[in-house]
Write a protein that binds this ligand. Structure first.
Ligand SMILES: *Cc1c(COP(=O)(O)O)cnc(C)c1O
Length: 374
């Protein structure tokens, strides 16, 4: 059996009629940037996140830009330090470095694989301005102690919620709890566009106004250049129209992800395999973006190879801590033992909302056979 890691085409085919119609409608409207679809998506997504509570969504061009513009809006600049983790997607650090700020890597909790709030204080210096917790694989970070530290030191908090659209933290949606929530609509994300897209969530209208300028050359209105440091980073009308359709299915898809992830977990429990899985903090529920297992560093690479020989595609999210990557190695300060251990021993199994139970059975069975052979 061939089991690809991901299946984005099926998602398109499920909604083909609606999506094709919406795209044609935008094309026919003659209005392609910052129009009705983007406005409507922003208010519908805001409603999804916080219902009628105060808050604003600003559509931007990508998750990377959502982080970058949030940093700018938070007043982070050249030489300022931003605390985040080393086991995350490259764009978390790309965004920090793009404005001349310095990423400082804090180790993770070995059980939840997420930023360890107890270690943050030790990473703070006079230059620290901001913390970016990453809700990795869809699981919610332990925000309360993190927010306490941030408050004590006057730091802003930008949630990197690229992988966790729909995750909950103590009854609230991730991305709405820090000062900024940076969302990505990269095609493979839980809410994915058919191209690039992203959004920032903020609670205050002053921040909303600032972000609207930052995404649009620094203009408050046409031909009025109000602030420096603006970008061209807009969520285009076609992607916004598609996202409006997909948003209506997000809860159902996330529920499916939850069920499939539970099925995987049960399957591993009875398989007796010596693997560990990501634990969730109490009171949180993951958006189950990826299904990642931790094997061990002696067998991980051989396991991946053997599984691929049998048609099962796996990936590693992520193979290196960021401070060992050429682009970021100048930022190394301390070794993050838990992050490094994860990078060397994890693998991500095929996972998406259209995966069938018999495919999961096959993945687990194959994995058992491959481990026995090693
Ligand atoms: C996908 C992702 C991003 C970047 O999103 P883009 O839309 O691809 O720019 C940032 N952080 C994390 C953790 C991600 O997974």
């Amino acid at each position: 059996m061939e089991i690809p890691f991901l299946d984005l085409r099926t998602q398109y085919l499920e909604l083909k009629e609606e999506i094709d119609y919406a795209v044609a409608k935008v094309l026919n409207s003659g209005w392609y940037i910052l129009g009705k679809e983007c406005n409507e998506f922003e208010s519908e997504f805001k409603k999804y996140l916080v219902d009628d509570n105060e808050g604003y969504v600003i559509g931007v061009n990508s998750g990377t830009d959502a982080l970058k513009l949030s940093l700018l809006a938070a007043g982070v600049g050249h030489g300022d330090e931003v605390i985040t983790v080393a086991n995350t997607a490259i764009p978390t650090a790309t965004a920090i470095c793009s404005i001349g700020a310095i990423p400082v890597f804090c180790d993770v909790d070995p059980k939840t694989w997420l930023i360890n709030p107890d270690l943050i204080e030790a990473s703070i210096t006079r230059k620290t301005k901001c913390i970016i917790p990453v809700h990795l694989y869809g699981a919610a970070c332990n925000l309360e102690p993190l927010l306490n530290v941030a408050q004590r030191y006057g730091l802003s908090v930008i949630e990197d919620v690229a992988q966790a659209t729909g995750a909950d933290y103590l009854g609230r949606k991730c991305g709405t709890i820090g000062d900024f929530g940076a969302f990505s609509f990269y095609p493979s994300k839980n809410l994915g566009a058919n191209g690039d897209g992203g959004a920032v969530f903020v609670r205050k209208s002053a921040q909303r106004d600032l972000l609207r300028m930052l995404r649009n050359y620094g203009q408050s209105s046409r031909y009025s250049a109000d602030i420096q440091g603006g970008e061209n980073s807009r969520l285009d009308e076609i992607q916004a129209a598609i996202l409006r359709i997909k948003l209506r299915h997000l809860n159902r898809w996330n529920k499916k992800r939850f069920e499939l992830s539970r099925y995987y977990r049960e399957g591993f429990k009875v398989s007796g395999l010596d693997l560990s899985l990501q634990e969730e903090y109490k009171g949180t529920s993951s958006a189950n973006h990826l299904f990642v297992v931790k094997s061990n560093r002696d067998i991980r690479d051989r396991l991946i190879h053997k599984m691929s020989e049998r048609g099962i595609q796996t990936l590693i999210h992520y193979p290196y801590p960021l401070y060992l990557q050429p682009a970021f190695k100048r930022y190394i300060r301390i070794k993050n033992e838990s992050s490094e251990e994860l990078c060397a021993s994890i693998l991500s199994l095929p996972f998406h909302q259209y995966l069938r139970l018999d495919e999961i059975d096959y993945v687990i069975k194959t994995m058992r056979e491959c481990i026995n052979e090693i």
